[in-house]
Write a protein that binds this ligand. Structure first.
Ligand code: SF4
Ligand code: FES
Length: 363
């Protein structure tokens, strides 16, 4: 696509309603500098944004955070989004939800819940989440969600300190009555990047995890869907991040900043607009920060003449920034990238025979 063409509409909007969260997961993709409560968008502004998103063509709304249940107007926001005609998915730790709030969310038209799972036992789950008692509360809420017949997906972020329990994690989600589990190996942005040495799994762990997933796909076929996101540092080619920059979805931060992906603000050359400055439609179609990595024009070699350029779109711009210090480079994960040696150097330092360093929690 050239810069002058009108982009196809986005499919999904991720609304980060707040950065507040009772948990402090060390792999959180939120930025190191969190947005304060008094800078959060008000109910009326989110309501307008949902209307604009639906008009623009967005179909799915993911309400996220932080912990979206920290917003007292969550039920009102769900109702507003449904009124706009959006499919509404709540991405939550479960902490802050109660029976009464689930009643209200159901009445407001909530379509789907994605519940994070830090571990399969209280000890490890509460240590990773940095919140004592969180596991038991999460379990109770998960049971209530499935008892109501609300579709549940379990989001299990896997890393060095829990990936050896992957089989138990999948079984746990099935026992909860989840329709789907997303087993996502940690991606290194935000707090996860800061905690990378404590979180990065070893090659042995990754190979074991792939075998576990292959077995589980057979075992749970027809009962529960399993999506596996392997750790891309160990891959030969990068992921097609966001399906290509500015092509399938957008993110809005708690203060209304509109981003092409959750980590885009780590790219210092880019300036982003807010929903309070202009309309979502204008941002999607005209904002230079959305145009800059669309299509092929921006691509350096080897991507520009690569047969995979429409498969992975040159990989992830934020990963190129995080590892190579240059968002315009080929994703360093790619075997053809001149920066691949940087990823190999990170992997060479992974040693699962010694105790991992302690976590830096996000508060
Ligand atoms: Fe993808 Fe670029 Fe690597 Fe080709 S060279 S596989 S387009 S990242
Ligand atoms: Fe920003 Fe991948 S997270 S492009």
């Amino acid at each position: 696509m050239t810069m002058a063409e009108t982009p196809a509409p986005p499919i999904a909007l991720l609304a980060e309603l707040t950065h507040r969260c009772p948990l402090g997961c060390p792999y959180c993709s939120n930025p190191l500098e969190l947005i304060a409560r008094d800078a959060e968008l008000e109910t009326e502004t989110w309501t307008r944004v949902f209307d604009e998103a639906a008009e623009l063509g967005v179909l799915q709304l993911h309400l996220s955070g932080g912990e979206p249940a920290a917003r007292r107007d969550l039920e009102e926001l769900v109702a507003a989004a449904r009124h706009a005609g959006l499919y509404v998915n709540l991405i939550t730790s479960g902490i802050g939800l109660t029976e009464a709030r689930l009643d209200a969310l159901e009445a407001a038209g909530l379509d789907h819940v994605q519940l994070s799972l830090q571990g399969v036992r209280a000890g490890i789950a509460d240590r990773i989440g940095g919140y004592r008692g969180g596991f038991d509360r999460k379990l109770a809420i998960a049971q209530s969600i499935t008892a109501r017949g609300l579709p549940l997906t379990v989001n299990a972020v896997m890393h060095r300190q829990n990936i050896d329990e992957l089989a138990e994690t999948i079984a746990f989600a099935a026992d909860l009555g989840a329709r789907r589990i997303e087993v996502a190996c940690v991606q290194f942005y935000g707090w996860a990047l800061k905690n990378r040495s404590a979180l990065i799994p070893s090659r042995r762990q990754v190979e074991d995890a792939k075998r576990t997933v292959a077995r589980a796909l057979n075992e749970y076929r027809g009962r529960m869907a399993i999506d596996f996101v392997p750790p891309d540092y160990y891959a030969d080619y990068p992921k097609a991040c966001m399906g290509g920059w500015g092509s399938t979805g957008l993110n809005i931060t708690p203060d209304g900043t509109v981003l092409p992906c959750h980590a885009a603000a780590t790219i210092p050359e880019l300036r982003f607009q807010r929903v309070t400055d202009t309309t979502l439609d204008r941002i999607w179609t005209e904002d230079p920060a959305f145009q800059v990595f669309r299509g092929h024009d921006w691509m350096p070699e080897p991507c520009r003449s690569c047969s995979r350029r429409d498969v992975d779109h040159g990989g992830c711009r934020c990963q190129a920034m995080a590892i190579a210090g240059d968002a315009r480079q080929t994703d360093p994960v790619c075997r053809h990238s001149p920066a691949r040696r940087l990823v190999d150097a990170i992997l060479a330092d992974v040693d699962d025979t010694t105790a991992p360093p302690g976590f830096a929690y996000r508060r």
